[in-house]
Design a protein around this ligand. Structure first.
Ligand code: V47
Ligand code: SF4
Length: 361
């Protein structure tokens, strides 16, 4: 493959399976040659996952949008009493869980705001009730930010809080809340949130207890290229230590109805670039997800040729990105995901949360 001069040494490293450096990451962000970056990411993607492209039959549930943090990039959260603020009761949560395919999904993905008044018991009861009604469904719930908050309100400490949640039915944790680790940028976009160091510490503790998690990075807001490369390298460092991350998901910032509304939406160019660079830098992550809700099905489909090996899932109901102006549907049928995958020449595989059961469909 003839590479742009800016990518020659990176191409050699990728060919030999060598680790890329911070400087390489910056060169990838600066290079004008997106197609070559994608082609290099594709080499790594095919080395790790062959021609497979995964998806999951899942349902998202957001029990409450009331949140004491009110991050500047978030259009989903509300203050108690504000118009549009909601908190679902247990029955409502169970009803939502069963309203798609009778609850016949392989995963419930549950995240929400940091509610100032709900007790720790509410979260335990929710997990237990879901597990009782849908014993076969894996529950992936609570970002590290929520876990930090639950540890605070439970007064049990982090390890015990995670242990209690696991006993109640928690299977794994999603990757949200990572945003961008750089302290100065983080302060601008989510000053109330736990720090990047704390996010990493919580993930390390979860991994130490055998709880697998995902990881994310929010991009397309006020971050710099350096922030992104630093973020990816810190994830890579923790993955070297614990091996607990399942997948990485780059999250495209949606500005509408947020305090950062003047920032323009991400472009297809940036979406594909961040995704490919993530695949190249995170050499110890097995999976890179192109979350179709945030990228849109069109770019998400092309991502399968730019380093991604997973399109996430059926989702069914999505509030976080849609509050911020997402124009995608909230639900994509399994058949549609399979068609999108096949059109790119990849082979669709339906997977479970932990990538243990993967069935060619
Ligand atoms: O933590 C909030 C982000 C996350 C906006 O682990 C926004 O498999 C874009 O983490 N524009 C929640 N992003 C979603 C999330 C996720 C989604 C799908 C799969 C997985 C996984 C994780 O959404 C939040 C925050 O980082 N977010 N507001 C916004 N305006
Ligand atoms: Fe709350 Fe999460 Fe929204 Fe921040 S991103 S305001 S923590 S719901």
């Amino acid at each position: 493959m003839k590479l742009h001069p800016s990518l020659e040494s990176i191409g050699q490293k990728v060919g030999k399976g060598e680790r890329l450096s911070h400087e390489d990451g910056l060169s990838l962000f600066r290079s004008p040659d997106l197609l070559s970056i994608g082609a290099l990411a594709n080499i790594v993607r095919e080395r790790k996952n062959g021609n497979r492209a995964y998806f999951i039959n899942n349902r998202h549930i957001n029990p409450t949008n009331i949140c004491k943090n009110r991050c500047k990039f978030c259009a989903f959260s509300k203050t108690s009493g504000e118009e549009g603020a909601y908190t679902m009761g247990l029955e409502e949560i169970l009803k939502a869980a069963s309203d798609y395919n009778n609850g016949n999904v392989s995963e419930f993905h549950i995240v929400g705001g940091l509610h100032p008044d709900l007790p720790f018991r509410f979260y335990e009861d929710m997990l237990k009730a879901l597990k009782r009604r849908f014993p076969a469904v894996h529950i992936q719930a609570f970002t590290a930010v929520e876990i930090a908050y639950l540890a605070e309100i439970s007064h049990l400490g982090l390890g015990k809080t995670l242990g209690r949640l696991r006993e109640a039915g928690l299977g794994s944790m999603p990757g949200g809340g990572a945003e961008i680790f750089s302290p100065s940028t983080r302060k601008k976009i989510c000053p109330e949130k736990i720090t990047g160091d704390e996010w990493l510490q919580i993930m390390e503790t979860a991994h130490g207890l055998g709880i697998r998690t995902n990881a994310t990075m929010l991009y397309g807001h006020l971050e710099s290229m350096e922030d992104c490369v630093d973020h990816l390298l810190r994830l890579r460092e923790l993955q070297d230590k614990t091996g607990g991350f399942l997948a990485f998901i780059p999250l495209a910032f949606h500005p509408k109805n947020t305090d950062l509304e003047t920032v323009r939406s991400t472009t297809g160019q940036l979406d594909l670039r961040v995704l490919s660079i993530s695949r190249l830098m995170l050499d110890n992550f097995d999976h890179i997800k192109a979350y179709w809700i945030m990228m849109g099905p069109k770019i998400s489909q092309l991502s399968l040729l730019f380093g991604a090996d997973d399109m996430d899932g059926t989702v069914v109901e999505e509030k976080i990105t849609h509050a911020a102006g997402a124009e995608t549907e909230e639900f994509t049928a399994k058949q549609t995901l399979m068609d999108l995958i096949r059109e790119t020449g990849r082979e669709p595989y339906e997977r479970d949360t932990l990538y243990q059961k993967m069935v060619k469909v």
